[in-house]
Ligand binder design. Structure first.
Ligand code: AVJ
Length: 325
């Protein structure tokens, strides 16, 4: 289709450092052990994440959707015609609310989804093209960093970079700082940044969201080991690990870990890596930081991004911030 173009950034011959698994070697070689959360998202992991979004305990997606349902029109009104760049686009379900709003205001629709999972990107792009007759899609398979550096000029006068679902929570304060710099560099003056973040709330509510009763989050977490096996010729025995998630009150972040049920040795042949794990030792697979709006606003402002408006749900569980560079 002439309305769809997909570029695969990871598959280029000059495969970047990032794609080589160097980050896995680094994370598993230090103490405590970590693996970057992007390794959740092989095709199976992306499917499991979609299931998480529908769980009764996982209020995030539902709440952000509510906010978008209410304010997508106001967002489109404010920005006028612009291309929508979405980092970590996944199924693009929430994006449809934005596309509807731009369409209702007769703006041309240009969508640039970015995701590490090719499967979900391809299928959601096809499905969007079927819904929106005039939509043009230029998708990038790759990481946020790769994509933000690659984004060529679009056809439309302005751009809005969308980072929804509180994916920002995966970044440490330092990574967040660097990320905001990259976002700003990918915007021209007058460009927009739409950021969805999970806000502070009770430990009980947070911990329930990451320890659902159906065990989908556990399966999602454990799937990372399978993905590492497949990608780097590894021999993690998934049955010898368990899901462990808790709220770290001091650091104001959910932490997800994979806990070793016994003393064991694991090889990742393609990385030339052997790791030893003690019984009870964990690999931290994710941090999911929780935010307050005031801090976020001032952080963005220090990067030259003004907060045009912040919308929240009635419980103030989730925030959606429209920034302008
Ligand atoms: C996609 C990173 C926002 O941190 O809540 C869901 C991922 N991890 N359940 C989150 C996730 C466990 C999610 N983010």
């Amino acid at each position: 289709s002439t309305r769809l173009k997909i570029d695969y950034l990871g598959n280029s011959s000059d495969s970047s450092e990032e794609d080589s698994g160097a980050d896995v070697v680094q994370g598993l070689s230090r103490s405590p052990k970590t693996v970057p959360p992007k390794y959740f998202y092989d095709d199976r992991g992306s499917q499991l994440f979609e299931q998480i979004c529908d769980l009764p305990e996982y209020y995030l997606t539902r709440t952000e959707t509510e906010i978008l349902q209410q304010y997508a029109g106001a967002i489109a009104q404010h920005t006028g015609a612009c291309e929508l760049v979405e980092l970590g686009s996944g199924s693009s379900t929430k994006t449809r609310l934005l596309l509807e709003a731009y369409q209702a205001q007769d703006h041309p629709l240009c969508y640039r989804p970015i995701d590490v999972s090719a499967g979900i990107l391809e299928s959601s792009a096809q499905s969007l093209l079927q819904t929106y007759d005039h939509l043009k899609i230029h998708a990038l398979v790759g990481t946020y960093e790769q994509a933000l550096q690659t984004l060529s000029d679009g056809y439309l006068p302005q751009r809005m970079i969308c980072f929804l679902g509180s994916s920002l929570g995966n970044l440490s304060q330092d990574e967040c700082d660097r990320f905001f710099n990259q976002v700003r560099l990918a915007l021209r003056s007058g460009g927009y940044f739409l950021l969805g973040v999970d806000l502070h709330k009770s430990t009980a509510q947070l911990e329930a969201a990451y320890n659902d009763s159906q065990g989908v989050t556990a399966a999602f977490n454990l799937n990372m080991l399978q993905h590492l096996n497949q990608r780097f010729d590894g021999n993690f025995d998934v049955a010898q690990f368990e899901h462990f998630a808790f709220y770290n009150t001091e650091l104001q972040q959910i932490e997800m870990h994979l806990r070793s049920l016994k003393s064991q040795t694991i090889d990742l042949k393609a990385l030339n890596l052997t790791i030893n794990m003690a019984a009870g030792e964990t690999i931290r697979s994710e941090i999911s930081r929780k935010f307050d709006v005031a801090t976020l606003r001032s952080q963005l402002e220090s990067k030259g991004i003004d907060s045009v408006q912040v919308w929240m749900d009635t419980h103030q569980w989730f925030g959606l911030l429209l920034g302008e560079y």
